[in-house]
Every structure is written in structure tokens, then in C-alpha cells.
Design a protein around this ligand. Structure first.
Ligand code: SAM
Ligand code: DTB
Ligand code: SF4
Length: 325
């Protein structure tokens, strides 16, 4: 083996642990203060403890999706009253990206409600990626499942990150989605990785899963080799008209524990405090940052639902002495 490759394998195998769901559940079961202390210790070895990365989202193609994801406002099977829209024009996307940059976002993420992109769609999204990249922003897209060759096409357009979530525990996935499987999700994640694009992959909590289920999701993420560079942890936004509209909200401390478990098991990843932030108090968000979250979605909209206004986030950063990076 080439020396550099040998060194890298050695380094990786030293760093990467094989986490079991049971081992991660044991983290969840620690006293809250001990868990947060451990998460802070890990966090401070790898990151500046007071720096938070900000990504802005834009839905470039909204609604009418063929898939049956039980949480999603954009599934054609859910009666959420959302209008199906066609792909946005390039100039609208560039204007939104420019505005996000001026507000201080470092990454711009474009989402499309597709099972996966058609080749013609991919050409138009590639144009968007080139234009957003030319503004000096990092680029991310989330377009659903990719076919052979599509990840390479996105890479050639300059794509930095592809978001594709595992969403929930493997044994629970079929309760939430039936039109594709978690194996399909892994297939796309492998294609993204092979093409040399950074991986953004996380999940949703508060969908009625058990604590063991949350630990199982974190184990799947942490055992990816390498783990995702970016790990969005979404708190379910219950959308009227979806099967999960009346899901029992998760205990906020359990949400914080999920963030801490992600931080401890994926020490070098950005852990993003994602959907559900608008419904959280400033104090709960502060606990999430203490547990190791170091990224947020920034701007008053996620894809179809609300997010805190930039001014509220700026005041929160000011009060906590956090720096945007
Ligand atoms: N269609 C693509 C896909 O499924 O990967 C991209 C868009 S999809 C809306 C992106 C992610 O948003 C989902 O994987 C899920 O994690 C998250 N999401 C969607 N609806 C949500 C909700 N109501 N609450 C929390 N997270 C949600
Ligand atoms: C992710 O994990 N969360 C973002 C992003 N990746 C694409 C999307 C959250 C969507 C929340 C519901 C909505 O606004 O439709
Ligand atoms: Fe929503 Fe994506 Fe599922 Fe379509 S594939 S229903 S956009 S989460």
C-alpha cells in the first residue's frame, strides 16, 4: 500500500469507532449534566466552541412529490393545501442566493420535491449551482435519489454538498415511508461520496420513534465511513394534512440529548440544529449549542415552513456571544 494511503487508513481506523445502537443509547441514559459535559469536551477538541455556521435554504421546486413520506408537506399524497410549483427560474434563485449572502449565510441549499431528478432537471439545477457558486457561496442541493452519472454531473457543476437524510431508525423507516427504502437512500449516499461531493445526512426526531430508535439512527450515521461532513438534526414540524400532524412532541431535553449523542459520535462533523427551531425558545436553542450543535438554517423560511427571522438569530448570537462563520 502507498505510504500516504496507509497513514490515512491508519489514522481513520484509529479515529472511527464502530458505534452500536446500544452504546449510543447508553449515552442517552447518562445524567443530563454529564452528557452535556462530555459533548462539550468532544466539541472543544474539534471546533471553536463559539462559532456557528449558517446555511440558507430555498425550495427551487415545491410540492407534488410522488413519495409518501409521512412528515412531508410536499408529498402529493398528503392533503396539505400546498400548490405544486414548477422549477424556479435561474434569476429568482440567484436573487435569493445574493440576499442570503448579504445577510451572512456561508452556504446556500436548494431543495426540490422530487423522488429524483430527470436528466433535463439536472441540467437546470447544474446552472443554478454554477451561478450560486460564482457568488462565492458554498453550494448544497437536495433532489432525492440519484441515478448513475448524476452525482458526477453535479460535481462537475461545482457542487460542494448533497443532502440526503436517513431520517429515522432502520426498523422504523417503513412506518414513515413506503415508496422507497433506506437501502435506496444509502445507494444515493454512496454515489454522492464516490463522486467526491461532501455528504450532508441526518434525520428527524419526534415522529413517534423510541429512544432506541433515535440511538439507532445516530449509530447508522456515525458508522458511515467516513461519517457525513454535515448532520442535520430536525425536530418534526407537524404539518396539518400529513399523517404525522398530531404526533406527540418530543421532550425538549430528549432533543438536546440527540444533539449531544450526534456530537459525541461524530466529533468532526458539523451538527446542524435544523427544522423545528422556530418553535424553540432561545433557552432551548442555547442548550442545543451547549450540546454541540454548531450550524443552523438561517432565514425566515425552511422549504415550506417557517424558521426564525434573521433578526431573532442575530440577537440570540449577540446574547450568547456566538460568532457566525
Ligand atoms: N425530496 C428530497 C428528499 O426527500 O431527500 C429533498 C427534500 S426533503 C423535504 C429534505 C428533508 O427535509 C427530509 O429528508 C426531512 O429530513 C426534512 N423534512 C421534511 N419535512 C419535514 C418536517 N415536516 N419536519 C422536519 N423535517 C422535515
Ligand atoms: C434537512 O435536513 N432539513 C431541511 C434540509 N435538510 C433540506 C429541510 C427541512 C424542511 C422542514 C419542513 C419544510 O419547511 O417543508
Ligand atoms: Fe417530501 Fe422528499 Fe419525501 Fe418527496 S421525497 S415527500 S419532497 S421528503
Amino acid at each position: 500500500m502507498h505510504t500516504a494511503a496507509a497513514a490515512r487508513v491508519g489514522k481513520d481506523s484509529h479515529k472511527q469507532k464502530n458505534w452500536t445502537a446500544a452504546g449510543i443509547q447508553a449515552l442517552f441514559e447518562m445524567p443530563f449534566n454529564d452528557l452535556l459535559y462530555r459533548a462539550q469536551q468532544v466539541h472543544r477538541v474539534h471546533f471553536d466552541a463559539n462559532s456557528i455556521q449558517r446555511s440558507t435554504l430555498l425550495s427551487v421546486k415545491t410540492g407534488g412529490c410522488s413519495e409518501d413520506c409521512g412528515y412531508c408537506s410536499q408529498s402529493a399524497r398528503n392533503h396539505t393545501g400546498l400548490e405544486r410549483e414548477s422549477l424556479l427560474d435561474l434569476d429568482e434563485v440567484v436573487a435569493a442566493a445574493q440576499a442570503a449572502k448579504e445577510k451572512g449565510a456561508s452556504r446556500f441549499c436548494m431543495g426540490a420535491a422530487w423522488r429524483g431528478p430527470k436528466d433535463k432537471d439536472l441540467e437546470q439545477v447544474s446552472e443554478m449551482i454554477r451561478a450560486v457558486k460564482a457568488l462565492g457561496l458554498e453550494t448544497c442541493v437536495t433532489l432525492g435519489m440519484l441515478k448513475a452519472g448524476q452525482a458526477e454531473q453535479l460535481k462537475a457543476a461545482g457542487l460542494d454538498y448533497y443532502n440526503h437524510n436517513l431520517d429515522t431508525a432502520p426498523e422504523f423507516y417503513g412506518n414513515i415511508v413506503t415508496t422507497h427504502s433506506q437501502a435506496d437512500r444509502f445507494d444515493t449516499l454512496h454515489k454522492v461520496r464516490e463522486a467526491g461531493i461532501s455528504v450532508c445526512c441526518g434525520g428527524i426526531v419526534g415522529m413517534g420513534e423510541t429512544r432506541a430508535g433515535r440511538a439507532g439512527l445516530i449509530a447508522e450515521l456515525a458508522n458511515m465511513s467516513p461519517p457525513p461532513e454535515s448532520v442535520p438534526i430536525n425536530n418534526l414540524v407537524p404539518v396539518p394534512g400529513t399523517p404525522l400532524a398530531n404526533a406527540e412532541p418530543i421532550d425538549p431535553f430528549e432533543f438536546v440529548r440527540t444533539i449531544a449523542a450526534a456530537r459525541i459520535t461524530m466529533p468532526e462533523s458539523l451538527v446542524r440544529l435544523s427544522a423545528g427551531r422556530q418553535e424553540m425558545s432561545d433557552e432551548l436553542q442555547a442548550l442545543c449549542f451547549l450540546a454541540g450543535a454548531n450550524s443552523i438554517f438561517y432565514g425566515d423560511k425552511l422549504l415550506t415552513t417557517g424558521n426564525p427571522e434573521a433578526g431573532r438569530d442575530e440577537r440570540l448570537f449577540e446574547r450568547l456571544g456566538l460568532n457566525a462563520v
